[in-house]
Design a protein. Structure first.
Length: 125
């Protein structure tokens, strides 16, 4: 296993890695919408938070030598399923066909009061 870490995404806030590369796959931990330059969530609701979570994922994948076009599976956690359409609109900007497989769940709460958290699996280039 190889640990992937970049300062262009928020540091892990617990005993986990930003991502792990193993056997040609990259497993990116759930990314909260934290702007690594400020340590805060962006203003603008679930759309801005979704965009920041995806930006964090993109930065981690780039550090691993991969990219958003190599993502095969995502999991999206939402604090409110009522935000699904807004999240989905922003999410669609980051991917093209064939779209990655995806699960989306509403959860009771997310760390730090986030509205969204996204994780993914991608393959290495």
């Amino acid at each position: 296993m190889k640990q992937i870490s970049t300062d262009k995404a928020p540091a892990a806030i617990g005993p986990y890695s930003q991502a792990i590369a193993h056997n040609g796959l990259i497993f990116v931990s759930g990314q909260l919408p934290i702007d690594p330059s400020t340590g805060a969530f962006p203003e603008g609701g679930v759309e801005a938070q979704t965009r920041q979570s995806l930006t964090n994922i993109k930065s981690i994948l780039e550090k691993a030598g991969s990219g958003m076009d190599k993502v095969v599976k995502t999991t999206v956690l939402l604090a409110d399923m009522g935000d699904f359409a807004a999240m989905n609109g922003v999410y669609a900007e980051s991917f093209s066909e064939p779209f990655p497989a995806r699960c989306a769940f509403a959860v009771k709460t997310l760390p730090k009061g986030a509205l969204v958290e996204i994780e993914c699996v991608a393959y290495e280039c």
